[in-house]
Write a protein that binds this ligand. Structure first.
Ligand code: GLN
Length: 486
């Protein structure tokens, strides 16, 4: 049962084949058994999960139906959750209990979902391997010597090892799509503004977006149905009507124009990944799609532009962690300045400090034009590249990551780590929706295919992903060491 998708579990729950309490107990039991080796959860909410499950069962007995009613899920520990520790993977928030729920969290509560706990993540979502967490690295269920990807690696590992049915993540430069790719899952980063950021701890506010990490595109549609929509508490949430994202899943792909960016099939891409994507494209050819080569000429500038814009925004956002209001405070400070300095230098990890320094420098008088303004201009060019591409094609397909999951400790150079997001970061700079879908395995490790479409066209994205999954079963493959019975 635990290996099923949300859509399947939802059917089993409504047919009374299983209760939410039974299902929740099954996942909690697996968390107890496997979290020691995966480190996917920072906090497990055993008691409140069982209470929520019992409430969901009662609600169902009283005639309530909703696709997520009684579904056990996990939230990335970047979402504030009332009365539950919310750490953002950092020492500076290791003892912080949020006084309110993020909009994402409250929407799932209203839908009757069960929160099993909070998942591990790179500190303040800065990373691509989940090695920057104050709570230690997460391990990839497909091979525990390897990283699950980052920064939503705890969510990805938890879903891949069936420790929960589905999980939330956030994506500033690739943090939903890359871990989904490394763990053989389906991850969706919606358009900027599609989901409220209220109560989601800010990293880079103009890039951050929440989304689901799932076992199928159908599940991603069900999750988006609950997560999407304007929120008066977040002025950047978009006033764009929310569709029923499950409605178009079965549309025909006959005549669909798929763009293949030359720049994504060039140097740096591993041959195994390239082959896997080419084979996936054949599935689309058979479904009647046309494959067209396109150019994203400024893609090579995306990582550089991102590493000015994101740290600049992070340096401003993270100034609120000062030891005064909440979170970690150093022992016996001698004066106010000493308290600021030591609370921050003891509370933040190295990667976070690096970003604060880079960001502060890029924004400082005299350097602003040379770095920040220039990065913003590149951002515009990248958006224009996508705009012209979408004159020619409906969807853009390429690899999510240049390779499969790498070993823990393998990437010590920050620049090498930053290049992990070479195919995904442009999408955040342009505010577009993107998705990763498992399309193969190479040497026993999953490969992700990256799909991108135009602003707020999530229905199309989900349709194209779902049709692939209707015709293949890569999304059904599980990390064998953690399959039921082990
Ligand atoms: N890897 C990128 C970074 O370290 C993106 C992280 C993210 O999407 N949160 O900033």
């Amino acid at each position: 049962m635990i290996e099923k998708t949300v859509a399947e579990l939802s059917r089993s729950l409504s047919r009374r084949e299983i209760s939410s309490v039974e299902l929740t107990k099954a996942y909690l039991e697996r968390i107890n058994r496997y979290n020691g080796s995966l480190n996917a959860f920072i906090t497990v909410c055993e008691e409140s999960a069982l209470t929520q499950a019992a409430q969901a069962d009662t609600a169902r007995d009283n005639g309530q139906t909703s696709p997520l009613l009684g579904i056990p899920l996990a939230h990335k520990d970047i979402f504030c959750s009332s009365g539950v520790k919310t750490t953002c993977g950092s020492k500076i928030l290791h003892n912080f209990t949020a006084p309110y729920d993020a909009t994402v969290v409250s929407r799932f509560k209203e839908a009757g979902a069960v929160m099993l706990g909070k998942t591990n993540m790179d500190e303040f979502a800065m990373g691509s391997s989940n090695e920057t967490s104050y709570f230690g690295p997460v391990r990839n269920p497909w091979d525990t010597d390897r990283v699950p990807g980052g920064s939503s690696g705890g969510s990805a590992a938890a879903v891949a090892a069936d420790l929960c049915a589905v999980a939330t993540g956030t994506d500033t430069g690739g943090s939903i799509r890359q871990p989904a790719s490394f763990c053989g899952l389906t991850g969706l980063k919606p358009s900027y503004g599609r989901i409220s950021r209220w109560g989601m701890i800010a990293f880079a506010s103009s890039l951050d977006q929440a989304g689901p990490i799932c076992k199928s595109a159908e599940d991603a549609a069900l999750m988006l149905n609950t997560m999407a929509g304007i929120d008066t508490k977040d002025s950047t949430s978009a006033d764009v009507p929310v569709e029923d994202y499950t409605a178009e899943l079965n549309n025909s792909l006959e005549g669909l124009r798929i763009g293949i960016p030359r720049q994504h099939f060039a140097e740096g891409l591993s041959t195994g990944v390239e082959q896997a994507i080419q084979e996936a494209l054949n599935v689309y050819r058979e479904l009647g799609a046309k494959i067209i080569e396109i150019d994203l000429p400024n893609n090579h500038l995306s990582v550089s532009a991102y590493y000015v814009v994101a740290p600049a925004e992070a340096s401003a956002n993270l100034s609120r962690f000062d030891g005064v209001r909440y979170g970690y405070r150093c022992d016996s400070p001698v004066d106010l300045e000493d308290m600021y300095k030591r609370s921050r230098s003891e509370g933040f990890g190295d990667e976070v400090k690096r970003r604060i320094m880079v960001g502060t420098y890029a924004l400082s008088a005299g350097f602003y034009d040379a770095y920040y303004r220039k990065a913003q201009k590149i951002r515009r060019l990248i958006k224009q590249d996508f705009n012209s591409a979408f004159q020619q094609v409906d969807i853009i397909i390429g690899p999510t990551s240049p390779h499969t999951a790498f070993n823990l400790g393998a990437k010590t150079d920050p620049i090498a780590m930053y290049l992990e997001d070479i195919y995904t970061i442009g999408v955040n700079l342009a505010g577009l929706p993107g998705m990763s879908v498992p399309v193969s395995t190479v040497h026993g490790l999953p490969v992700g295919m990256h799909l991108v479409t135009n602003d707020f066209a999530e229905s199309r994205l989900l349709n194209v992903a779902h049709q692939f999954q209707q015709n293949t079963d890569w999304h059904r493959q599980r990390a064998t060491a953690f399959t039921e019975g082990h």
